[in-house]
Design a protein around this ligand. Structure first.
Ligand code: AP5
Length: 223
């Protein structure tokens, strides 16, 4: 079992890599962004409130996020390990997560920063789209389906883009990342949990770096 936290700016590739970790190792991707978008689609009061905040590029209140994660890590699929993608995003969330994990006797193996340059992130995010049927992720420039207009994974032909993937909102999301999320790097750095991969490398190279971290730590545990 391996439990990870993936940290990185909007567009760093957290979601792309979390999906690959899930496919390769069965480490369950827990994306708070996906959970919030699902709540918004289902029209719950919290979901509607979150949608307004997300469309401004700001962070949803800590109390809503902490409750959401506590419920999710209690699900049986997380017993094989999980990768938190998009949580924690504030020091208060990191502290709440610590409390939650201690209570459940769960440890985080690595906090992995997917390090990127801001300038490239707007281009990455604006070009991103997903298959409407299975959620597979693509990019206008960096990751196209093999047959144009047809999803490689499920054959779906309808694709969608996120409402918060506009240039203006991406800049607000990047500002929120630097102001509220970056301080968490020092929080985990002090506890020697922090690792770093080069998120500016090609997608497959980032995957190689991440898989090496997971494989090394599993090997160490066996020796
Ligand atoms: P969330 O959904 O978490 O969005 P984000 O953090 O802004 O991250 P993204 O999903 O935009 O990027 P990513 O790093 O996953 O990149 P991806 O793999 O898609 O959160 C959305 C909103 O929800 C927040 O703004 C906030 O309002 C709210 N929220 C969520 N969690 C919260 C929390 N804990 N507290 C408070 N509020 C919260 O890659 C991007 C594109 O680039 C893709 O097209 C991909 O193909 C391509 N790509 C990926 N890697 C590479 C590479 N190495 N080279 C070239 N292209 C690449």
């Amino acid at each position: 079992m391996t439990n990870l936290i993936l940290l990185g700016a909007p567009g760093a590739g957290k979601g792309t890599q979390a999906r690959r970790l899930q496919e390769r190792f069965g480490i369950v991707q827990i994306s708070t962004g996906e959970m919030l978008r699902a709540a918004a689609r289902s029209g719950t009061p919290d979901g509607r409130k979150a949608k307004v905040i997300m469309d401004r590029g700001e962070l949803v209140p800590d109390c809503m996020m902490v409750g959401m994660i506590a419920g999710r890590i209690d699900q049986p699929d997380c017993r094989n390990g999980f990768a938190l993608d998009g949580f924690p995003r504030t020091t208060a969330q990191a502290e709440a997560l610590d409390g939650m994990l201690v209570k459940r006797g769960i440890a985080i193996d690595h906090v992995i920063e997917v390090a990127v340059d801001d300038d490239a992130m707007v281009k990455r995010i604006i070009g991103r789209y997903t298959c409407a049927r299975c959620g597979a992720g693509y990019h206008d420039l960096y990751s196209k389906p093999s047959v144009p207009g047809v999803c490689d994974r499920c054959g779906g032909t309808r694709f969608e883009r996120r409402d918060d993937d506009t240039a203006e909102t991406v800049r607000a999301r990047l500002a929120a990342y630097h102001r509220q999320t970056e301080p968490i790097l020092a929080y985990y750095g002090q506890r020697e949990l922090l690792r770093r991969v080069d998120g500016m490398a090609a997608i497959d190279e980032v995957t190689r770096q991440l898989f090496a971290i997971v494989e090394d730590s599993r090997r160490e545990r066996l020796t």
